[in-house]
Design a protein. Structure first.
Length: 259
């Protein structure tokens, strides 16, 4: 039911093209994540209509994404988050399916809460073992390609919004599915919505006001960590237990080994 309502609301947003969005890439920014339900998303989108544009690609306003995360065999990047380190890194390949683009991406978070993202184009997900990728990681990452293995993949649908002033982006991810690439274990979160606000700084935002009005609260957990927790029962999880209980309620699903 919510899917049809959401589709109708999205059609009412003024659109912005992918090329117009290039000026709002915000590759060095502050990210704030929120989790909610599809029912609450309906209310949130209605509030956003007058203040935000929606990205449209080839006539579509909801875009599929496919991501593969890399980490060391000992899960160094995952454990940095689990152990509460302020500075941490993620390395992933992401396919932006509607725009037919794939990138190898590095995301670094510093001790002031800022996220820096750099990326290089790939011809496909299978072409990351190339000299250019080795050089790219050598220049920009704390890990080298030969030290990394494929860990977890996810697929989801994304709505991308930008405010009228073009100073912030808002991404809304739904229909999340995860798969562990060694064990093949899969897990989906059909009822969960992940919202991410991307800004140049911690500045006033209409989206923040609306989220507060709807009692939608921020949560610090990445899709990589979430996927690892859902598909790898051996992964250390003490720091995430409270957050996972909250996500469990929102997703309306029972993960026996988490709670």
């Amino acid at each position: 039911m919510e899917e049809k309502v959401i589709d109708t609301i999205l059609k009412s947003f003024p659109s912005i093209s992918l090329s117009e969005m290039e000026g709002v890439r915000l590759m060095n920014r502050i990210d704030t994540k929120y989790t909610t339900t599809s029912e609450q998303l309906v209310c949130f989108l209605r509030l956003l209509q007058k203040d935000y544009y929606i990205q449209e690609i080839n006539g579509k306003r909801v875009s599929p994404y496919h991501t593969v995360y890399l980490d060391t065999p000992g899960l160094s990047m995952y454990l940095a988050h689990q152990n509460g380190r302020k500075t941490r890194e993620k390395i992933r390949m992401r396919s932006y399916i509607d725009s037919c683009r794939t990138f190898l991406e590095i995301k670094d978070k510093n001790n002031k809460g800022r996220t820096r993202k750099v990326r290089m184009p790939l011809s496909s997900m299978n072409s990351y073992l190339v000299t250019e990728a080795e050089v790219f990681l050598y220049e920009h990452a704390s890990f080298q390609l030969q030290d990394l293995t494929l860990q977890v993949e996810n697929q989801f649908n994304r709505i991308t919004l930008v405010n009228r002033e073009k100073t912030e982006r808002l991404t809304i991810d739904t229909d999340l599915c995860f798969r562990h690439l060694s064990s093949g274990k899969e897990q989906s979160l059909p009822g969960l919505v992940i919202i991410e606000l991307k800004q140049d700084g911690n500045i006033p935002s209409r989206a923040k006001v609306y989220l507060s009005q709807l009692h939608i609260h921020s949560v610090s957990i990445s899709k990589y960590c979430l996927g690892m927790l859902l598909t790898n029962p051996e992964a250390k999880r003490n720091r995430f237990k409270k957050k996972l209980t909250q996500i469990n309620k929102l997703a309306n699903y029972s993960y026996g080994y988490i709670i």
